[in-house]
Design a protein around this ligand. Sequence first.
Ligand code: PGA
Length: 250
Amino acid sequence: MRTPIIAGNWKMNKTAAESVAFANEIKEALNQIEGVDIVFCPPAINIPGVAKAVQGTKIGVGAQNMYFEEKGAYTGELAPNMITPFCQYVILGHSERRAYFGETDEGVNKKIKAALAHNLTPIICVGESLEQNEAGETQSFVSGQVKAAFADLTAEQATACIIAYEPIWAIGTGKSATVEQAGGIIKTAVRDAIAELYGEAAAQAIRIQYGGSVTIENINAYMSHPDIDGALVGGASLKPGFVDLVKGAI
Ligand code: PGA
């Protein structure tokens, strides 16, 4: 049985004070929800404050990005061991990072290896653009992204990761994928790619989230699909309603 996991990707929202106040506002209600893993992913500079606020609760903390090198002349970047005192998770290869900051499949693969070497759980994002979707390329593109992300990884390493399938056209648009669309691609392009690489046991073990305009209203429907193990939530993770969204996942 795969434990569902709901992660809130706060993106570039909330100051340090706002991040801590929000974590304090919802942490107790979230801490009482059983049967689901919960993660906050605040902006990097707010991570220590949020980690302190959620200490002693079931809420995990994740970074939104990380560099793969251990240290050195990489202005503006954070090394794995700079986030490990505060984080258990790290989002890697989010489509916004791929689109605006030049992230490549090769770079994402290096970051996954670095994260695993530091006992961080990567949340690896994959997903097609609207153009690719309309051209009927979703299946091949997404399964290609999955295979590139896991290049040179063992089955054990792979199953320690979480994958988030996030169609780019559904992110922040209010145009969420239907449950059939999301569940179908998660099964045939993501889980089956893992089966091809590592066998059926690994494919059944790995947790795969859906992301893209997930709300209190639609979370329950996504979770009813046998291949969807949770959600990566952007906009709806910024408000107190996130508590009800998480409740809707169980
Ligand atoms: P959204 O973002 O929930 O605001 O669509 C999801 C994401 O980018 O992870």
